[in-house]
Write a protein that binds this ligand. Structure first.
Ligand code: DGJ
Length: 728
């Protein structure tokens, strides 16, 4: 809900309020963002600036207005606000353009298709600014997603005068009190995505981002700001993300006046976007939330927002068998049929043919761009194979990397200029391949037509969309390239899901390099990481859970020793971790014994019992896995009737005493049964949340049934939670 009175504007969600005020200078002050407050109290929290509080510059005659210390909703620099601005627009002669507030409009709907706007907002307001001569305007778009406690903001520049450049365009600016808060960021690399880092914020700027064309494994666009004392379960925290898939940056600047400025948006280090008369540039939407219920509270809001406004194409994650680690490029009609037959026996929902199915693709040096089946591997064609797979009652999935071209390909030989290559300097490849320049409409059309031809001619139910290199040869050529590319990608994706609304879409970028709200706006799940070793995965999935629900994290049971880490894991541990996610496998099921086959059949059937509700589950980090020997995750059906708790014990500490696991999110007076592996506890919600469950210390004993290993570290216990009584 949006409340307005005189110069005050309050954006309310169910649990939060953001209060702004247009002041006498036409600046919009951010007076407050946090737990919900009464709009009637607005005067009480308006600062009284009767004395000079800061040693800075001020408008003539008003020493009390030191703008460098005022929390603002928008800053374009140049007027004595020495913090980094959200937006920089320049005349071609290099003059910075200054903007002043000019009004607001309620109930507007974005008119642009891309960057994508999350659906289903409850209220909207556009705050208008104008350059002094009136030729350039800025619109601050605020969309309120009331039930999810999320506010989205985008910034749009329109030029009606002579040509200008946009050199910075943040989606979001939020100024709040600094109060010795901390930044929680999610950095990593291939194979160790979403590793949580906590940074104390002192005076100065902390900035993270990725300039490589991806939301990236190096720095996920999701981040949090928390009070020092905030825990998983209590205390104030803010969460931020960007509805965009491309180069991005966020910064947190702490001023000497206890101010904190948070900016988030597209990468700007080389941005130089030319706007001619009549043109506009629109930032993606950034989203923000607040909770005083700790880090889980922020995650819960973000998860709710993702369920309801980012991935509303309701779908149950099918249990798929992917051929990549099982066979790599060594696939054939015969092998896929054998796998499909066994997959059916083991109760999988379908099979995904990964890389290697198209023209002469026997390793990663060739053929990207030639999306035609390889007749040597598939003599009867993939349509025929897909039909046989589907006749067995299985879903048919296929891999594609549509934005790429190999130098050794027919596409490259026909259109060498479609590849993003240096015109003058050295050519840089990644995995032997080039990115196609989809900012050119004929290239975008080719990419779209290729995808459509694969999906429609093979009757694919499921598409895995991969992207395996970073951008190069773009800086200096067109400084806005990454933005133009992301907009073009949006265009292809939106056409695809409009044409194939039932297509189940998995996103991958060498693992989790595109785990972002931009891609999730069109897809269902993201391949979380190529690293499927459970000990690594526990950190990767837990890191990912801060910003994204488990239902979006594709997680596989895979071979031991693990192909990426060469570490050994018990199958039980690997399956327990993967099953708190969108579960599947890439094991070679043709090479396992009966015992293992039976294990997989049981794991699939167990996952199937959670499949329905896991797609919209509430997810909690019960124990902070990064600071404890245990990682404990709890997932609950949205109706609270059932759930699961997964306890991961990293190393076995002999005689270390028991630790009570205190569940969360239960109805205090309802009766629950906790069941699984020698555990059978019945108690009320209050008891389970306050006293917790003391589990048998030696619960790793169940892994002793794994005949391949002796006593091991890294064991799991996965217990079902069932509500068996109401509020008695
Ligand atoms: C990278 C992905 O992360 C893998 O899962 C697999 O699809 C390969 N690409 C195929 O080339």
């Amino acid at each position: 809900m949006i409340k307005i009175d005189n110069n005050y504007i309050q954006l309310d969600t169910v649990d939060t309020s953001s209060l702004m005020r247009v002041n006498e200078y036409g600046d919009i002050e951010q007076l407050y963002y946090g737990d919900k407050i009464d709009f009637g109290d607005r005067a009480a929290i308006t600062p009284n600036r009767s004395v000079l509080l800061v040693n800075t510059v001020y408008p003539i005659g008003d020493e009390s207005y030191g703008i460098d210390a005022i929390n603002l909703s928008f800053s374009s620099g140049g007027i004595g606000d020495f913090r980094k601005p959200a937006c920089v627009c320049m005349e071609l002669n290099g003059n910075n353009i200054e903007f002043v507030y000019s009004g607001y409009r309620l109930g507007c709907t974005p008119s642009w298709l891309s960057p994508h706007t999350p659906n289903g907002w409850s209220d909207s307001i556009v705050i208008d600014y104008s350059s002094i001569d009136g030729s350039v305007s800025i619109e601050l778009w605020y969309l309120v997603y009331e039930g999810s406690n999320v506010i989205a903001r985008a910034t749009r520049v329109t030029n009606n005068g002579s040509e200008i450049t946009v050199n910075k365009l943040s989606s979001l600016q939020l100024d709040i009190e600094a109060n010795e808060r901390q930044l929680v960021s999610f950095n990593g690399a291939w194979g160790r995505e979403q590793s949580r880092k906590i940074t104390d914020l002192n005076v100065g700027i902390v900035s993270h981002g990725a300039d490589n064309g991806l939301s990236s494994a190096e720095c996920n666009p999701f981040f949090m700001i928390k009070d020092r004392e905030t825990t998983q379960h209590a205390g104030n925290a803010y969460g931020f993300n960007l509805v965009y898939s491309g180069s991005h940056v966020y910064s947190v600047e702490t001023s000497v006046y206890n101010g904190m400025r948070i900016l988030s948006g597209i990468a700007s280090s080389t941005l130089n976007y030319h706007l001619k008369a009549g043109e506009c540039m629109t930032s993606p939407f950034a989203v923000m939330t607040h909770s005083s219920r700790g880090l889980n509270g922020v995650s819960g809001n973000m998860h709710d927002f993702i369920y309801n406004h980012i991935i509303p194409r309701e779908a149950i994650t099918p249990i798929m068998l992917n051929t990549w680690e099982a066979m790599y490029f060594d696939i054939s009609e015969e092998k896929i049929m054998a796998v499909a037959t066994k997959a059916k026996e083991l109760a999988f929902d379908g099979v995904v043919i990964d890389d290697g199915w198209f023209l002469s693709r026997n390793d990663d040096t060739s053929s990207l761009g030639d999306w035609v089946e390889d007749k040597i591997k598939f003599p009867n064609g993939i349509f025929n194979l897909a039909s046989r797979v589907k006749d067995m009652g299985l879903l048919f999935g296929i891999w594609i990397e549509p934005e790429m071209v190999s130098e050794n390909s027919n596409l490259y030989r026909q259109h060498p200029d479609w590849a993003l290559k240096s015109k003058v300097g050295r050519d840089i490849v990644g995995r032997n391949q080039y990115i196609l320049d989809i900012t050119r409409s004929e290239v975008a059309d080719y990419v779209y037509d290729s995808i459509v031809s694969v999906v429609s001619s093979y009757g694919a139910d499921y598409l895995k969309w991969d992207f395996n290199r970073r951008f190069s040869n773009v800086v200096g050529e067109r400084d806005s390239y990454s933005y133009d590319y992301a907009v073009a990608l949006d265009g292809i994706l939106s056409r695809l899901i409009a044409a194939y609304p039932k297509l189940y879409l998995e996103v991958c970028a060498s693992g989790g390099g595109r785990f972002d709200l931009g891609m999730l706006s069109y897809s269902h799940i993201v391949w979380t990481s190529d690293n499927t070793n459970a000990l690594s995965r526990i950190d990767i999935q837990e890191g990912t859970s801060y910003g994204y629900p488990v239902a979006t994290m594709l997680s596989h049971l895979s071979a031991s020793p693990n192909h990426q880490t060469q570490r050994i894991m018990t199958r039980q541990t690997a399956a327990d971790v993967a099953k708190i996610g969108a579960y599947g496998t890439q094991l070679n099921i043709l090479q396992i014994d009966d015992d293992y086959s039976e294990f997989i059949r049981r794991a699939n059937s167990d996952y199937r019992s959670t499949q329905q509700w896991l797609a919209r589950a509430k997810c909690y980090r019960v124990v902070d896995g990064q600071t404890s020997n245990q990682t404990v995750w709890q997932v609950m059906a949205s109706n609270g009737e059932c759930g699961r708790v997964m306890i991961y014990h990293k190393k076995f500490d002999p005689v270390s005493g028991g630790r009570a696991i205190k569940l969360v999110g239960l109805e205090p007076n309802a009766l629950y049964n906790i069941n699984g592996h020698k555990v059978n506890i019945t108690a009320h919600g209050t008891t389970l949340m306050s006293c917790g469950m003391v589990l048998p210390q030696n619960y790793q004993g169940h892994t002793m049934t794994d005949k391949t290993l002796k006593l091991v570290d890294n064991t799991t216990l996965s217990l079902n939670i069932t509500r068996i009584g109401g509020n008695e």
